[in-house]
Design a protein around this ligand. Structure first.
Ligand code: COA
Length: 240
C-alpha cells in the first residue's frame, strides 16, 4: 500500500536529490529489510544505539502484530520504521512502568528505525514514525505509545520528543545498555509545567533519575556546541 509520494531527499555521498516513495512493508520486503538492517548496524559508531530484530521478529510485525513502513528509491529500501502491538508478551515496555494487565493490550511500541547512512539527515525517522504514530492514535484499541531509546542517540531522542513522548524512566535494558523508557497517553495527554523546566546533561543519569523520582518527566532536548541537555518539567495538576 502506497502511503505517500513525497518530496525529494538528499544523498550524503553524491549530494543529489532523489524522489522517494513511502509505503507499508509486507513479507515480500523481508530480504531488503534484513539487508538494510545489516548495512545500518555495520555502519554505526556505537552498537548500543539499536537492538537489531531477528527475521522472526520483523515477520511478526509484518504479519499483523504491528506494521512497518519503508522509504524506497527506485524500488530500493533505504529506510524503515516498525511498530508492534505487544499484548501481554514479556517484551511489552509498559511493564517498566508497572502498568496493569488490562492496560497492556492498549499499548503500541515503536520497535526499530533504520535509515541507510547515505540518506541520514533527511528527517526520515520522524516522517516514518510520525505516520505510524498517527495511525496508532486513530486505532481505537490503542491508548499508549511506548519506546525505549538510548540517552546518547541524539537523532532518535529528537524524534521521540518531537512526537510527544515523555521520558518516564532511566534504566538498563537489553545488554545492560542505558535506556530511557518513553511514553505518550493518547487519551489523556500529559501536560507539563514547561515554564519551570530544568535542563540536565544527557549523561547525568543519576540527576535525571532523582528528577523522575520527584515527579518530573523529560520532554525536550537542547543541543549545545558539545553537549546535549534534556529538559525536565513537573506534571501540571490537571494533567497529572
Ligand atoms: C536514528 C536514525 C534512524 C535517524 O536518522 P534520520 O531520520 O536520518 O535522522 P534525522 O534526519 O531525523 O536527524 C535528526 C537529528 O539528528 C541529526 N543526525 C542525523 N543523523 C545523524 C548522525 N548519523 N549522526 C549525528 N547526528 C545525526 C540531524 O542533524 C538532526 O539534528 P537536528 O534536529 O538538530 O537538525 C538513524 O541515525 C539511524 O538509522 N541510526 C542507526 C540505527 C538506530 O540508532 N536506530 C534507532 C534505534 S532502533
Amino acid at each position: 500500500m502506497r502511503l505517500a509520494d513525497c518530496e525529494k531527499i538528499q544523498n550524503q555521498d553524491d549530494y543529489k536529490l532523489y524522489p522517494y516513495e513511502l509505503r507499508r512493508l509486507d513479507k515480500d520486503d523481508l530480504p531488503q529489510i534484513m539487508a538494510l538492517q545489516a548495512k545500518v548496524i555495520s555502519g554505526m559508531d556505537r552498537n548500543d544505539y539499536c537492538v537489531p530484530l531477528s527475521e522472526d521478529e520483523h515477520l511478526k510485525i509484518l504479519d499483523g502484530c504491528g506494521e512497518s513502513v519503508g522509504v524506497f528509491i527506485e524500488e530500493r529500501l533505504v529506510a524503515l520504521c516498525g511498530i508492534l502491538f505487544p499484548g501481554e508478551s514479556e517484551n511489552n515496555m509498559a511493564y517498566e512502568l508497572n502498568f496493569s494487565p488490562e492496560k497492556l493490550h492498549s499499548v503500541a511500541q515503536l520497535e526499530i528505525s533504520l535509515v541507510h547512512p547515505g540518506f541520514q539527515g533527511n528527517d526520515l525517522q520522524q516522517k516514518m514514525a510520525g505516520l505510524l504514530v498517527e495511525r496508532a492514535k486513530n486505532n481505537q484499541h490503542c491508548r499508549y505509545l511506548f519506546t525505549t531509546v538510548s540517552p546518547y542517540n541524539y537523532p532518535s531522542l529528537q524524534t521521540v520528543t518531537a512526537l510527544g513522548l515523555f521520558i518516564a524512566k532511566v534504566c538498563k535494558k537489553y545488554f545492560e545498555w542505558d535506556r530511557y523508557v518513553v511514553y505518550r497517553d493518547f487519551q489523556k495527554p500529559i501536560e507539563l509545567d514547561t515554564a519551570n523546566a530544568i535542563a540536565v546533561s544527557n549523561t547525568a543519569l543519576e540527576e535525571q533519575q532523582a528528577l523522575l523520582d520527584s515527579g518530573y518527566l523529560g520532554f525536550s532536548l537542547l543541543k549545545g556546541e558539545d553537549d546535549i541537555k534534556v529538559l525536565f518539567a513537573r506534571k501540571n495538576k490537571e494533567g497529572a
